[in-house]
Design a protein. Structure first.
Length: 457
């Protein structure tokens, strides 16, 4: 592999969830690891505590000297970083091997027995639960996760005795086309990333290209009803919460507070009395995909049941911050209209009699432009909306595209478009029973202050 004989690995954009998992991986392999990111976060703080050198100013002079030998250093960057980045320019100009995150992940993933979890929604929850189930079995696994597992408190799982590698097969920038899995899980193919694919049909073709990279003797676990051309050589198993024609489906389900207990019919058996330790109805569907994959890997039923019960979820995925008799606060990464709809509906299922106030930060100008009316429809499921400005991430502003184009179409009497500095005053006025924060930008910075505010009420 390309990195075996190298001393050092440098990351441009090290604070991203996928990049940080790779940084931890190379660090665990004894490599010198350092990197740059544009902002300090709790994740970069943790990486620094793990002795990974990180700085937050884009200057080539700040690159440590041991990372300036092009023959001994691999440079990995995220496509979220601009081509104008000074450090990226330095490495390219001076003859370093510079590769995208997806290529580096592919190099590691393809060396083992890879399980690629793909889909526009649900990848992180499915892959994290699947990794936990496999880790509790004799076969074990390694995993590169798109979120922080609450059970492991990390986004990287290392097991040198296992060849299994679970990774999210990310459709953004066609990153999943570097992966050649032995097994794939496909959750959804809703339109997204149209700045990359331009049309829903092109996105569909991208997923079909990924499926064509699954080992010809491999297996595909797919949500029932997805309309895709699937290679005939694959062994295919479908899953569904409510359709009994699926190979894996729910035969009975009971709500227990914010959690669910259910029974699964498989092609061979019945998995009875599964109590999922991650809240929300949407996560029952995610769990079903993970259970199907684990079952097809040969994990015993008793191990699956026990692991599902002990699984505590993923940070920022239906992440309960406060829950008492009077108030509830849940944080979620939802940033697509379908994710918002599923999340808000799952909360409504649990708290049908309570008023739900949601704070949403749109992510990306292009996504806001492409789905503004769908965002408005999903946010209309709330009782009270607090809308923030668009988080631009990697993008430059687009004239005429602001949060206002969503706001104007939201069919709610109780709605407000504000800046974060006004948030606590607005919340004090509304005094919410159930509060949600939603988005993939820097809204995560509000979680701890909002948690403290609600706990003090």
């Amino acid at each position: 592999m390309m990195w075996i004989n190298l001393d050092s690995v440098y990351f441009v954009g090290v604070g991203g969830i996928g990049m940080s998992a790779l940084a931890r991986f190379f660090h665990s392999r004894g490599k010198n690891v350092a990197g740059y990111d544009k902002r300090s976060t709790s994740l970069t703080d943790q990486l620094i505590r793990e002795n990974i050198d990180i700085h937050f100013v884009d200057q080539s002079a700040l690159i440590p000297s041991e990372f300036k030998d092009p023959d001994r250093t691999l440079v990995i960057y995220t496509p979220a970083v601009s081509d104008h980045n000074q450090e990226l320019k330095y490495f390219r100009k001076n003859g370093f091997r510079v590769i995208k995150r997806s290529a580096a992940l592919g190099e590691v993933f393809n060396a083992g027995d890879g399980i690629g979890v793909a889909g526009t929604h649900g990848k992180t929850s499915v892959s994290t639960l699947l990794s936990f189930i496999l880790s509790q079995s004799k076969m074990g696994c390694n995993a590169f996760l798109g979120g922080i597992s609450k059970n492991f408190e990390t986004n990287l799982i290392i097991n040198s005795n296992s060849r299994n590698i679970v990774a999210e097969a990310d459709e953004y920038d066609r990153s999943f086309l570097t992966l050649y899995p032995k097994m794939a899980v496909l959750t959804t193919i809703d339109a997204d990333h149209l700045d990359i694919y331009l049309s829903e049909e092109n996105l569909r073709r991208g997923f079909e290209s990924f499926l064509n990279q699954v080992d010809e003797k491999g297996k595909l676990i797919i949500k029932y009803g997805l309309d895709l051309a699937i290679p005939t050589s694959l062994e295919v198993y479908s899953y569904s919460v409510d359709n009994k024609e699926a190979d894996y489906h729910i035969t009975s389900i009971e709500q227990e507070g914010v959690y669910y207990r259910f029974t699964v019919r498989t092609p061979r058996d019945i998995i009875q009395d599964v109590r999922l330790g991650m809240p929300g109805l949407i996560n029952v569907e995610n769990a079903l995909g993970a259970i199907a994959a684990a079952d097809q890997k040969g994990v015993p039923i008793d191990v699956i049941i026990k692991a599902c019960t002990e699984f505590t979820g993923v940070k920022r995925r239906f992440d309960i911050q406060v829950m008492n008799e009077k108030r509830v606060y849940i944080d979620d990464y939802a940033h697509h209209p379908e994710e918002l709809k599923a999340f808000i509906s799952s909360v409504r299922e649990i708290f049908p009699e309570k008023r739900i106030c949601g704070i949403f930060q749109p992510h990306l100008f292009t996504r806001t432009r492409d789905f503004s009316k769908a965002f408005a429809e999903s946010l209309g499921l709330l009782d009270d909306l607090i809308l923030l400005a668009i988080y631009p991430a990697r993008e430059e502003p687009i004239p005429g595209i602001t949060s206002e184009i969503i706001f104007d179409d939201v069919q709610l009497d109780e709605k407000v478009l504000i800046g974060p500095e006004q948030l606590l005053n607005v919340l004090n006025e509304r005094d919410p029973e159930v509060l949600l924060t939603m988005g993939a930008g820097d809204i995560d910075k509000l979680v701890e202050p909002l948690k403290s505010w609600m706990e003090q009420l």
